[in-house]
Unconditional design. Sequence first.
Length: 514
Amino acid sequence: MSSSQPIRIGAIDLGPSTGRVIVGTIAEGRITLTETRRFTNSAVPLPTRAGERLYWDVLRLWGEIREGLLAAVRDVGPLSAIGVDAWGVDYGLVNGNGVPAGMVSAYNSQRTTGMPERLFSAIPAGELYRINGLQVQEFNTVFQLLAEKLDGGLPTPGNGLPSRTLLLLPDLITCWLTGAMYAEVTNASTTGLVDVRTRSWSRPLVERLRTELGLDLVGVLPETIEAGTVVGPVRRDALEVFGPDGAPTPVVAVGSRDTASAVVAVPATGEDFAYVSCGTWSHVGLELERPVLSEASRRANFSNELGVDGSVRYLKNVMGLWVLNEAVRTWGRQGLDVSLTDLDAAAESSEPLRTVVDLDDPAFLAPGDMAARIDDAARSTGQPRPRTVGEYARCINESLALAYRRAVRQAVALSGKQVSVLHIVGGGVRNRLLCQLAADATGLRVAAGPVEATALGSIAIAARGAGLISGELARLRDLVRASAEIVEYAPDPDAAEAWDAAERRVFGEPASQS
């Protein structure tokens, strides 16, 4: 530590369901967290001529963030630095002053249906993967931009309309705080437009999109920067937030892709680990030194997202607690009051591995009745449908653990990196049943924690970027480990055969272990 007085870092953490402002106070070799504001977030449906679309109310989010930062200074103390993270792929188009040029579409809107096929008709999927190394999901930014172009949301250069700059959501908030426009690379790598080997926009790809699909992004994409870069001070006209010495608080580009900051907070003591960042989505993978761009990796639909300090997050985005949370919401609308505590107890007492499904099926992506969709999936694989809310919850938890098992084993086989422990971080750590099931399914020791991994990682990166602490990733992880409770789960050595059988029911054969 470079200062005898406490270091206070403001972390703005935006998720698709909730957002919050947290202050991390770094003192005596550990981080203490104080939440100063928590707020809900959800996509807002609006009718359009093309059908109903989902949008984010970013102006409301901005108001909540401002209130959270003001409360942080008032209730905790002056802020030494601020970092912003959010989910990937979604963006706003702004004019030269940073004013939104339109609505901010949500990734689970239906506008991108058919866009991957349209793009691959011009640029084959294999060629694209060798550039961006990205898992194909309909909501990837490049597919959203193609839909935006077809909807007329991107002006054609030379037609007299003002230019636009694309800012991913955390970069948009940072722009409003500082006036600076940039693309932090951990999040930019989720767009499909970054060359994962050079860690910057792929100019050849941008040119091909222009000439072959009429998607002109020249002048739309801002400069890329790495996590840890000081972007600038908070502008007084945006917010009067000051540091300990009375100077404006600097904003530091953290791992603005929330998973990138969460992986920084994986409290590993070595390099032989796999991780699950578990929240609304689950991100399952390995930390590597270089991307895996093989055809086998593409066919397995793995992503090479860029990480902090030159690392690569080799991962698969799989379904997370979204399915369980949506099921609970649906039951509530149907008049069934189910507490998560009671649901967890009911799930634990239900029959193991009675019904498991592929939660990565697109049927589980949109809001709606998840129990009915589980029934359909069970029927299609010849399994009994769950009979109680406890059995549905057990099915969801076991299906998540099955997805973790497959993703970890595939990542190991495709990368050649061996692992001995699975770290689970994020909100899913609170789900004790899921953590034990993950250990049983993977056959790996599970280290669960910290819950607030994204905030802790963001705080550590911001503090280091501002010159307040020092050290590489291992040192940052030491700081996180000293600050968090870690609970370990040992795998059941007799469970492997039952999980192999469950995997065969759903997928035909177990994923490779080598």
